[in-house]
Design a protein around this ligand. Structure first.
Ligand SMILES: C[S@@+](CC[C@H](N)C(=O)[O-])C[C@H]1O[C@@H](n2cnc3c(N)ncnc32)[C@H](O)[C@@H]1O
Ligand code: SF4
Length: 427
């Protein structure tokens, strides 16, 4: 450590020292970071038994115009804010619910409002979630393509018809193939398919069958969600007193490990702890850039946002959401401002989840290395074979990826390390 020299040196009124000022950094003074937009459409023709998303069942298959009017107002309110004037939208994600339940003219209107309200990045990554079914039409995909649609994310869940039925899914494997082939014909940059592990009735054999079919179809992105069951979930209620049982966490892990190995053997790359891509260029900007801390504004009922060091969430009751917008207010229900230390924790968590993380990103952001801040924890994870640090890159091993959501919990500050959702049913 340097010693204090008692010399009564020059008065300090600036830090860092003025002799660090340079020409190159002038361009950085007004530089504005891109941001990301999530748009929530909370309606489905039928609510799936397992679904934990905020979405209403609307059997007539239409999206109420009042909701879309409120949503557009919310987008315009953000568009009018000084904070977004000089920044570009780098990615747009339409999720739900089922965004393709909107009619062609509703889709066009919503797109127009987004394009009028913000500056859109010339290479915007626009992704839309779709359900395999008649509402997902070629006309809708082609219309979104005119606005730069880059990825269509299809919820398949399983290719076993019994499993689909048992879990209250409103489509069968045939419908999935039809939708997949139709989207292929539209020639979008990438198709993502969602599968789920641990569904009721799924065995290793049926699960691996779905994986093998994906290997043949070769979507550019493949996401595997572990079924999460909540006590208020229809699926959970269905199993009470019935013969059907959920597989154990250990069985689910075996299924997923076998699936990961099969995908890797067949040329897929692990792009984060729960998804794969066929080539590196298909890694999802929306997910990774927001994981690296870029701002994300979520619009629509119950949407989550992160702006600077504050996370916040919109109203999740429709009446509250509509009322705030009728009064020209952003429909924000709750927020949490976090500390720089929590930001460091966030970066290391998502670094590990993204399976390959250049540690230089961490030190550039915080001016201190993750290996200094988290020395003990990182060396423990390395010793246990969850991660491997080489040439400044933190790589998550296959074992680390399979258990990433457990692994990263060791970085949680003590006061909320054990925070678990009390209404979770499976264990
Ligand atoms: C909003 S949905 C996808 C779009 C469309 N609504 C559909 O289902 O086809 C996003 C994905 O979340 C996953 N998901 C839904 N409920 C889940 C749960 N309880 N546990 C884990 N994943 C879930 C499903 O894989 C689903 O495809
Ligand atoms: S279609 Fe998608 S969003 Fe709708 S209930 Fe099913 S999983 Fe949830």
């Amino acid at each position: 450590m340097n010693e204090v020299k008692q010399k009564r040196e020059d008065f300090i009124n600036q830090y860092p020292p003025l002799n660090l000022l340079n020409k190159q950094d002038i361009g950085k003074i007004w530089a504005e970071e891109d941001f990301h937009l999530y748009v929530h459409i909370p309606y489905c023709i039928k609510k799936c038994d397992f679904c934990y998303y905020v979405s209403y069942e609307n059997k007539n298959g239409q999206i109420p115009e009042e909701y879309l009017e409120a949503l557009k107002k919310e987008i315009r309110l953000y568009g009018g804010m000084e904070q977004f004037k000089n920044r570009k939208v780098r990615s747009i994600y339409w999720g739900g619910g089922t965004p393709t339940l909107m009619s062609l003219s509703q889709i066009k209107d919503l797109l127009e409002v987004i394009w009028e309200s913000f500056q859109i990045h010339e290479d915007v990554e626009f992704c839309c979630e779709v359900r395999p079914g008649p509402e997902t039409t070629k006309e809708k995909i082609m219309l979104m393509k005119e606005y730069g649609l880059k990825r269509v994310s299809i919820g398949c869940q399983s290719l076993n018809d019994n499993v689909l039925k048992l879990n209250g899914r409103n489509h069968n494997s045939n419908t999935f193939y039809k939708t997949f082939n139709m989207v292929r014909e539209c020639d979008v940059f990438s198709i993502n398919v969602d599968l789920m592990s641990g569904l009721l009735g799924d065995t290793q054999e049926t699960f691996l069958y779905s994986i093998d079919e994906m290997i043949k179809l070769r979507p550019e992105n493949l996401t595997i969600y572990k079924l999460e069951v909540y006590l208020n979930n229809l699926l959970y209620k269905k199993t009470l007193g019935q013969e059907a049982r959920f597989i154990t966490d250990e069985e689910e892990a075996e299924h997923v490990e076998a699936a990961y190995n099969r995908l890797l053997e067949n040329g897929y790359l692990l792009s984060d702890n729960y998804s794969f891509c066929s080539e590196d260029k298909y890694r999802q900007i929306h997910r990774y850039n927001t994981w690296e801390g870029e701002d994300m504004i979520g619009v629509g009922l119950s949407s989550h946002s992160c702006y600077g060091l504050t996370i916040y969430q919109n109203d999740n009751r429709m009446a509250d959401y509509m009322e705030q917008l009728q009064n020209d207010k952003l429909p924000i229900r709750r927020a949490y401002e976090f500390s720089v230390y929590e930001d460091m924790v966030r970066m290391i968590i998502f670094g590990i989840k993204s399976v390959s993380y250049p540690l230089e990103k961490f030190s550039r952001k915080f001016g201190i290395g993750a290996d200094v801040i988290f020395a003990d924890k990182l060396s423990y994870l390395q010793k246990e074979g969850y991660i491997d640090i080489k040439d400044g890159i933190l790589n998550t091993t296959l074992k680390g990826a399979l258990y990433a959501d457990d692994v990263v919990r060791i970085f949680y500050p003590d006061r909320y390390r054990d925070a678990v959702l009390a209404h979770k049913a499976r264990g």
